[in-house]
Write a protein that binds this ligand. Structure first.
Ligand SMILES: Nc1ncnc2c1ncn2[C@@H]1O[C@H](COP(=O)(O)OP(=O)(O)OP(=O)(O)O)[C@@H](O)[C@H]1O
Length: 584
């Protein structure tokens, strides 16, 4: 009675329903491979039939040797050997098909999930640590892909195997069949009881893996700081702490698995021994032949292995549904708003330039902390407009709003063409912006490849022109391979100021009407900084340039300066500006 109550509780706590939804999601990927999967199942069943025929042939052969049906001997030997060879052959084909489909499904799922993840709303995705995303993208995708191909076919083939073997046993001795079936309800009830605990442990292990991955990515991308602050011992200790936690979680899960395995194996052993005792008894009483006895023993082994593979589907099901759950969570995050149609009308005015406007905007990342409140802003074509203010007051937040990565909680953020037509800033207006973020954003490849990322068909001359405007060509031309010089990830091999100028050149090559420079000239000397900004305005007419800066040298080039402080964005008057600049 108690166990029935537990089962009902498990069903009610929703883990079965949750798993069913996750299963359906995984299977949606397998749908595209119906034909291959059906073929795989067919081969699996065929191989089972071959093995059964081979077992029956071996029974006959034993009967021949022990004095029965002597005339059938050569035929039985041929059948037995050829069936075993057939089954070997089909086993190899199946393994080949499995790997082929598996790689294709894995690539499919990975590509699909990758597209979905990069299409997710920036703010929602930014809440996940990059190590966690990497772990989900790597290990969870591969688990789901393996299950999409292996799961259903394996269940079907194992059930077929079980039933076919059962039929053979029933044909020779129905009591044996009953003994075999005792296994089933016991195994099913115990696996059901294990399910929710297994899911809990599995989730814990996966979360731990994500934490470790996050720690590793963070450590290796901040090696400079770790070494310069002499933090190597600290990070070594942290790694060991993670390893201890990892060990603890995994060992806990392993202990649980061992306990459940022992219970299931004991049940299996009892049944198998009952089976054996019954077969010996039947042989002793002369009801079966030696051949039948051997057949029962091999079939009992086959049935228990078919049953174990059915039971082992349970932990792998838990593992893959948890992976599916983690991936579903990522891809079900809200997608970016791409109101493509709204910005259709802007296409023709690109060469005339655009204005960017904020109208009475409020924004907060989290409810408790307002970042921008009742603020307005305007930057027009042929203008350099500065955003200044103390650190952490919201300058980068405003840049994210211009890029349509963030939307105001209230008020309007719009792009405006020369005729005054306005379009709300969103993911599809992003193409009208060139952005140079804070920090190093160079990718591995050559300098030319880095620039061509934003304009695939750019000629060498266009690349050189952009590098010249960004004052980068003066050092690039001195390099032995010029624009084809290799750059390491994050600009390795170049100084910060050089990497910044390559990033600016890339933004210039994109030739978008609006250029956003977020502290993008911070590593340049004052002279080069001024030269870069002057070049942009002179050589690229109708551009709107918005810069965030802490340096007064840039401010003198700006038509307007906005200060962000204490949630307010306010335009500085000339006197305020002079006062502000003198306080630097
Ligand atoms: N992804 C985020 N989630 C939650 N809060 C954030 C996030 N990014 C920034 N903030 C908060 O928003 C505020 C403004 O940050 P922002 O990066 O816009 O400042 P900033 O003026 O550009 O600073 P700095 O001059 O140092 O670059 C800060 O208090 C910061 O803690």
């Amino acid at each position: 009675m108690e166990s029935i109550k537990i089962i009902i509780r498990k069903i009610k706590d929703g883990s079965i329903k949750e798993m069913w939804d996750e299963f359906k999601w995984m299977m949606s990927y397998a749908k595209n491979y119906k034909k291959e999967i059906i073929f795989y199942i067919f081969l699996g069943m065929f191989s089972t039939v071959m093995t059964l025929i081979s077992s029956i042939a071996s029974k006959e052969l034993i009967d021949v040797v022990t004095g029965h049906k002597i005339s059938k001997a050569p035929l039985m030997a041929v059948i037995m050997i050829s069936m075993s060879l057939f089954s070997l052959f089909f086993g190899s084909i199946m393994s080949r098909i499995t790997i082929k489909i598996n790689i294709r499904i894995q690539n499919d799922i990975q590509a699909d999930i990758f597209d979905k993840i990069i299409g997710v709303n920036w703010l929602d995705l930014s809440k996940y640590p990059s190590g966690d995303i990497l772990n989900r993208f790597g290990s969870d995708v591969s688990t789901v892909a393996n299950s999409a191909i292996g799961w259903v076919p394996d269940i079907i083939v194992s059930i077929f195997n079980f039933i076919a073997t059962l039929c053979v046993v029933m044909y020779y001795d129905p009591t044996m069949m009953v003994l075999t079936l005792i296994n089933a309800p016991i195994m099913l009830i115990s696996s059901k009881l294990m399910m929710s605990k297994m899911r809990k442990y599995n989730m814990k292990v996966k979360e731990m893996n994500s934490e470790v991955m996050d720690f590793q990515t963070e450590t290796f991308s901040n090696m400079d700081s770790i070494k310069s602050f002499d933090l190597t011992d600290l990070f070594s200790r942290r790694l060991r702490d993670f390893q201890d936690k990892y060990k603890e979680v995994n060992l806990e899960y392993n202990l649980f698995s061992i306990k459940t395995n022992i219970i299931l194996s004991l049940i299996g052993m009892v049944i198998q021994n009952l089976f054996f005792v019954w077969a010996v008894y039947r042989l002793w009483t002369g009801n079966i032949t030696y051949g039948e006895m051997t057949l029962f023993m091999t079939q009992s082994g086959r049935m228990s292995s078919a049953f174990s593979s059915l039971v082992s589907i349970i932990p792998s099901t838990v593992n893959s549904t948890i992976s599916a759950k983690r991936l579903m969570e990522l891809i079900s995050l809200p997608r970016e708003d791409r109101a493509e149609d709204d910005c259709e009308g802007l296409k023709d005015s690109v060469s005339h330039g655009f204005s960017v406007k904020l109208k009475d905007v409020d924004f907060s990342y989290v409810k408790e902390k307002q970042v921008i409140k009742s603020s307005s802003f305007e930057a027009n074509r042929n203008e350099i407009v500065a955003l200044v203010g103390p650190s952490g007051q919201g300058k980068t937040t405003l840049i994210r709003m211009f890029l349509g990565l963030l939307s105001p909680n209230s008020g309007e953020a719009v792009l405006c063409d020369k005729n005054g037509e306005e379009v709300t800033l969103n993911a599809s207006t992003r193409k009208y912006f060139s952005y140079v973020p804070q920090g190093n954003t160079i990718f591995s490849g050559t300098i030319a490849q880095n620039l061509r990322m934003v304009k695939e068909d750019a000629t060498d001359e266009e690349i050189i022109e952009a590098l010249e405007i960004a004052c980068a060509y003066e050092f690039v031309k001195e390099l032995p391979d010029g624009i084809n010089t290799k750059v390491g990830a994050r600009g390795r091999g170049f100084s910060e100021g050089q990497a910044q100028r390559i990033s600016i050149a890339r933004a210039i090559l994109r030739d978008a009407p609006i250029l956003l420079l977020d502290e993008a000239t911070s590593a340049l000397d004052i002279f080069t900084e001024k030269k870069v900004l002057n070049n942009i305005i002179k050589q690229k007419p109708n551009k709107t340039c918005i810069v965030t800066t802490h340096r007064p040298s840039v401010l003198n080039l700006c038509q307007r300066v906005y200060k962000v402080e204490k949630t307010k964005l306010s335009q500085l008057s000339e006197t305020e500006f002079e006062e502000f600049a003198s306080n630097f």
